[in-house]
Design a protein around this ligand. Structure first.
Ligand code: SAM
Length: 372
C-alpha cells in the first residue's frame, strides 16, 4: 500500500488541539509541529482527514522536498516531480508560495518560477499545457521555501475546510468553524454536559458543539473536495469515497448534550436557527441578554465569543458588565474567545488557562475561568 506524507494546517495556537484530534481519529503518526501537523497514511487517510478533522484548515499532500538555493534549482526540483497523477493539460491549476528566512526571492517571484517550471514539464511530457485558474483551480499547488529548502504540496481540501456547507448566512464577525471546533476542544468540554453560548451570533460554536457531540463528520456537508478534481481520481476512487462517506454517516448519533444558543439580536438568532437546521442539529434558542444569564439547575460550561472593538460596541464598560455577569455563574466553567485584552482586565478571577490564538488576522486570547 502506498504510504504518503500529509500535512494538516492549523490556525495559530491550535496546533496542539489539532494534533490531539488527529491522534484520536486514529492518525497515530500525527506529530506536534508549529503551524500544522504532519502525518503519514494511504490515500484513504488523506481523504479521511478532510472529512473528519474539525480543526484542520487544509490538508496537504507532500509531493517532494529539495534544495532550492536559486531559481534554477527550484525549476529543476519542480521539473523532477511526477505531476502526471494530479495535473495534466485537462486540469486547471494555481500556485501559491510562502517564503521564509533567506529565500532567494519573494513569494510572488517564487510562485512565477514554480508555475513556469511546472508548465514546461507538463508540456514536455504531454505536448500541451494546463491553464491557470486563480478563482477555482482543479489543482492547488503550494510551495514552501525556507532559506534554501523547498517543499511542494498539493491541497487536498480545495476550498478551506471551515466551509462545512451549513453556514449559508453569517452575523457580524462570524467565527470560522475550524476555530470554533478548536476552542471547544481547548475548553475541556466533555461533550455531555450542558453548554451555552450566550452571545451566539450565527451559532457557529453551538452548532460545532452539537456536531462534535453527535460524532458527525464535519466534511459530510461538503459537495466536493479538491482531491476529487485531480487526474488520478476516477470512478473507482469515487466509489471508494462514496463508501467512506456512508460509513461516516452511519457512525453519527444525535447529540445528547443540552446546548443553548442565545443572543440579544433577534435577526442574528434567526440566522443561527437557519444555520443549525442546515447543519441538521437541534439546539435550544433564546433571545436574551448574556447579562441576564443565571446559574440555575445543573452547572455547565459557557463557550462564547463576545463582541470586540468599537465596531461591535464593546468598550471597557461592556467588558466589565460581561465579566461581572459571568462571574455570577457559580459552579460553571466560562470560556471566552476575547478579541480584546479588556475582557481579561475586567475579570476579578484568575483564569485557569489562557491560550493565545488568532481569529483571522486578529490576535485574540482564549480565557478559561472556573467560577467557584
Ligand atoms: C462576535 S459576535 C459572535 C459571533 C459568533 N461566534 C458567530 O460565529 O457568528 C458577538 C455577538 O454578541 C451579541 N451580543 C452583543 N451584546 C450582547 C448581549 N448583551 N447579550 C447577548 N448577546 C450580545 C451580538 O449580537 C453578536 O451576535
Amino acid at each position: 500500500m502506498q504510504m504518503l506524507e500529509f500535512y494538516a494546517s492549523a490556525s495559530p495556537g491550535t496546533e496542539r488541539a489539532l494534533c490531539e484530534e488527529l491522534r484520536e481519529l486514529g492518525f497515530a503518526s500525527a506529530r506536534l509541529n508549529r503551524g500544522g501537523i504532519p502525518f503519514r497514511g494511504t490515500w484513504r487517510e488523506g481523504w479521511r482527514a478532510c472529512l473528519q478533522s474539525r480543526i484542520a484548515q487544509r490538508v496537504f499532500l507532500l509531493l517532494g522536498r529539495f534544495a532550492a538555493p536559486d531559481a534554477e534549482a527550484l525549476a529543476a526540483g519542480i521539473g523532477a516531480l511526477d505531476w502526471r497523477p494530479y495535473l495534466t493539460p485537462r486540469q486547471t491549476f494555481a500556485v501559491a508560495s510562502v517564503c521564509r528566512g533567506a529565500a532567494f526571492a519573494p513569494d510572488n517571484v517564487v510562485t512565477l518560477k514554480a508555475k513556469d517550471a511546472l508548465v514546461d514539464r507538463i508540456r514536455a511530457d504531454e505536448g500541451a499545457r494546463p491553464s491557470v485558474s486563480r478563482d477555482d483551480p482543479d489543482v492547488r499547488v503550494f510551495v514552501y521555501l525556507v532559506d534554501a529548502r523547498a517543499a511542494v504540496y498539493l491541497d487536498l481540501a480545495g476550498e478551506a475546510l471551515h466551509r462545512r456547507g451549513y453556514r449559508t448566512e453569517a452575523g457580524e464577525a462570524p467565527l470560522r468553524e475550524t476555530l470554533a471546533a478548536a476552542i471547544l476542544r481547548l475548553s475541556g468540554w466533555n461533550r455531555r454536559d450542558r453548554l451555552a453560548d450566550p452571545m451566539c451570533g450565527s451559532g457557529t460554536i453551538a452548532i460545532e458543539a452539537a456536531l462534535w457531540a453527535g460524532g458527525a463528520a464535519p466534511g459530510l456537508g461538503r459537495e466536493r473536495f479538491g482531491f476529487e478534481r485531480w487526474a488520478n481520481f476516477g470512478a473507482a476512487q469515487a466509489e471508494e469515497l462514496r463508501c467512506l462517506r456512508g460509513e461516516m454517516r452511519r457512525g453519527a448519533a444525535p447529540c445528547a448534550a443540552r446546548i443553548v444558543a442565545s443572543d440579544v439580536d433577534p435577526d442574528v438568532l434567526g440566522v443561527a436557527r437557519r444555520n443549525a437546521r442546515a447543519a441538521g442539529v437541534r439546539l435550544a434558542f433564546r433571545e436574551r441578554s448574556a447579562m441576564a444569564m443565571q446559574a440555575d439547575g445543573e452547572p455547565g460550561i459557557v463557550v462564547t465569543n463576545p463582541p470586540y472593538g468599537m465596531r461591535l460596541r464593546a468598550g471597557a464598560a461592556f467588558c466589565r458588565e460581561t465579566a461581572a455577569a459571568f462571574s455570577r455563574l457559580h459552579g460553571w466553567r466560562v470560556c471566552i474567545l476575547a478579541g480584546s485584552p479588556e475582557y481579561r482586565r475586567q475579570f476579578a478571577l484568575r483564569p485557569r488557562a489562557v491560550f493565545p490564538l488568532a481569529n483571522g488576522d486578529l490576535p485574540c486570547e482564549f480565557l478559561i475561568y472556573d467560577v467557584s
